[in-house]
Design a protein around this ligand. Sequence first.
Ligand code: E4P
Length: 229
Amino acid sequence: MLVLIDHANLKEIEALYDMYPYDGVTTNPTILKNEHKNPIQLLKDIRALLPSGCQLHAQVISDTTEGIMEEAHFMLNEIAEDMFIKVPVSSAGMKAIYLLKSEGVNVTATAIYTAMQAFMAGKAGARYAAPYVNRLDNMGADGVQVAADIHQMFRLHNMECDVLAASFKNSQQILNLCKKGVGAVTAAPEVLRALIQHDATFTAEENFENDFYSLVHEIKGIDLNRKHD
Ligand code: E4P
């Protein structure tokens, strides 16, 4: 399962990559807005920061197929030709997904709230489909189940599309999807850090360290050359 960072702050991305080899960065217009910078320059800077082979996903905002195509071509030319273009699954978006796929562009279908939206996006040629897990939970639906259903449908129909589950509030949602075998998840820095943090690990590490130093202290008073009975 690929693990991506759903964020656009350069320092945060650098700090997270320093801790663990993630698989790339996803953004959306809201995430970019939070940084108060020229979004194209920021996406270029993020691309430059990422190790080769890592993915960068950025979203179009147009609501017509023509507009989406124009924006996609602009980003591919300006930022990186191998980047993933995120396209919301509206009718105009579905057509753009099909056209972009026929040009060989990597597409992530986004703003997915139902399994059938994901299925149709996969048929149109999307490489990834991004269901919004926590937003679904907040609507009284089961976000993990929707994402798991999509994964199962893709495999059942031999489609070349994977789930890139997005919108997470906690590590339990990610664990549940990891157990289902989904292709990828993307989450904000605080959720990613929580994936590996556990107080019991910290306590165990501390106890081992204390025991070692107390042994060192004890050894000072022991003749290590003396033969035992
Ligand atoms: C990804 O495609 C989404 O834009 C993002 O994960 C949404 O996350 P949020 O629900 O926390 O805003």
